[in-house]
Design a protein around this ligand. Structure first.
Ligand code: ZN
Ligand code: MN
Length: 482
């Protein structure tokens, strides 16, 4: 039996408005070469000036990954020739990166009992390169163009230790890391725009071996899917070689997405091939402990903490909490629904059931759907007070999901609502508002979600007989007059 050993290098574009060493815009999809200047074009004599925000972002990422922030960081030149690299070197960090020695703990999976920690070797800051654009036609008619809009976009590179041993680990790591970057708000991680890119290294060794075999590095991985497919291909290729008595040579291979295979690109460079040396145009960056403290204090809640809080605050089983916090937008959605319908487990059941099922059908994330948290809590309130049955709720939900309409609106259209006597509803609203002074002040401070809650209370009071749409309208009116 063989053991698989996988490591990743992850590049993420930082979501900053300007480039790392100049003031050019980083906006995606603009006219080629319209966002350039002598600095990012590498013209002779142009001097880089470091974007301080990029350093803050890197420190945030380092802290989120449990790294040690070095007191002094430096930039180095990574020398190589390529048409998209105008200076013939990339300003990166080799000797003294901003953050070292961290880890990312993968969320516990159903299958594996003990949580896996993937070591983070270092987190460093560098500039992105330009982009070569090749014409469709090959041969003599073929040509390539270079767009330097991307050159100089601030890039974080996160280098893991070879601590992953399966495709499952690798996928879990990528999903978790992306989640952390999104929670931190430091990168939009849009893989379709190349904002999150991967290089994987993989080797396999007999179970009993203690040393690692030569590793193969795979480049050109622009999505989770290509990482997993290329690893699968490469693991099989190496297994075949080893079981045939051959050896696997250490090399860099290129992933061909269309063909679905890796191809030799070059024999492995070791770092001396890049002739790294300190960047003379940029001074060392001294990171004062006070600065780290300030950044740490302003860190948002991270996925792992949110998971723990979900279990505790909403009394959720860990399994629910893992799924709900697996995406920031889903977790945000959940919490907003709970505000309007304060029964954490019940809301979780709906989201993990109906909502995720519909999202899966459409292959979209919650942020791309027209379903709003307010309409879902409204629906749950309508069910709870018996206005509609569970069976009817499913139909209403399907329409909510498809059209983005509110639950009450659909119930009204379908003639499910019963009391439409304005005076009677107004009386009930007055009663409910008297009982809920806190909700009124919430409304006045802009928390519009209390409407869903109050609607539920009115529905309950009328034993589900009121027309929820009308209740909602009259409630808004009544609240505005308070
Ligand atoms: Zn520039
Ligand atoms: Mn890099």
């Amino acid at each position: 039996m063989y053991q698989t050993v996988i490591g990743l290098e992850v590049h993420a574009e930082l979501s900053l408005d300007t480039k790392i060493f100049c003031g050019c815009s980083t906006k995606f999809g603009q006219e080629p070469n319209s966002q350039t200047c002598p600095i990012c074009l590498g013209l002779p004599g142009a001097l880089p000036v470091l974007n301080e925000e990029a350093v803050k972002y890197i420190i945030k990422i380092g802290l989120a990954l449990g790294c040690r922030i070095l007191p002094e960081a430096r930039f180095d030149r990574k020398n190589y020739y390529y048409p998209d690299l105008p200076k013939n070197y990339q300003i990166s960090q080799n000797y003294l990166p901003f953050a070292v020695d961290g880890y990312l703990e993968l969320p516990p999976s159903q299958k594996k009992g003990t949580p896996i920690k993937v070591g983070i070797d270092n987190v460093h800051l560098e500039e992105d390169t330009g982009k070569n654009i090749h014409s469709e036609s090959g041969g003599r008619e073929g040509y390539s163009l270079v767009d330097f809009n991307r050159a100089g976009i601030p890039l974080v590179e996160i280098v893991t230790r070879p601590d992953m041993h399966s495709l499952e680990d690798t996928e879990s790591f990528m999903v978790s890391l992306r989640n952390i970057l999104l929670y931190l708000g430091v990168s939009n991680c849009k893989m379709e725009e190349g904002a999150l890119r991967f290089e994987a290294s993989v080797s396999i060794r007999p179970d009993e071996a203690s040393s690692l075999n030569a590793r193969v590095e795979i480049k050109n991985l622009n999505s989770f899917k290509s990482v997993l497919r290329s690893l699968q291909y490469e693991i099989e290729r190496q297994r075949r070689l080893l079981s045939g008595g051959e050896i696997v040579s250490g090399e860099t291979r290129l992933w061909d997405e269309k063909e679905g295979k890796t191809l030799t690109m070059r024999v492995k460079e070791s770092s001396p091939d890049y002739r790294y040396f300190p960047e003379p145009d940029l001074p060392p960056v001294v990171i004062k402990p006070q600065w780290i403290k300030t950044i740490r204090a302003a860190m948002p809640e991270l996925p792992a903490e949110r998971l723990r809080r979900f279990v505790k605050k909403y009394h959720l089983p860990p399994y629910d909490a893992i799924i709900l916090t697996s995406s920031k937008s889903l977790a945000d959605f959940y919490e907003e629904v709970v505000e309007g319908f304060p029964d954490g487990k019940h809301v979780s059941n709906w989201i993990m059931g109906e909502v995720l099922e519909k999202l899966k059908e459409r292959k979209i994330g919650i942020e791309e759907s027209s379903l709003t948290p307010a309409s879902l809590s409204e629906l749950l309130n309508l069910i709870k007070c018996g206005t509609i049955s569970g069976k009817m709720a499913r139909e209403v939900f399907a329409e909510m999901f498809a059209t983005g309409k509110g639950a009450g609106e659909i119930v009204k259209e379908r003639g499910l609502a019963q009391i439409s006597d304005t005076r009677k509803i107004k009386e009930t609203i007055d009663l409910i508002l008297k009982k809920n002074p806190a909700a009124i002040s919430d409304f006045q401070t802009g928390k519009k979600k209390v409407i869903a809650y109050l609607t539920g209370q009115v529905m309950k009071e009328t034993k589900g007989a009121a027309n929820p749409q009308l209740v909602n309208e009259l409630l808004q009116e009544a609240l505005q007059q308070q």
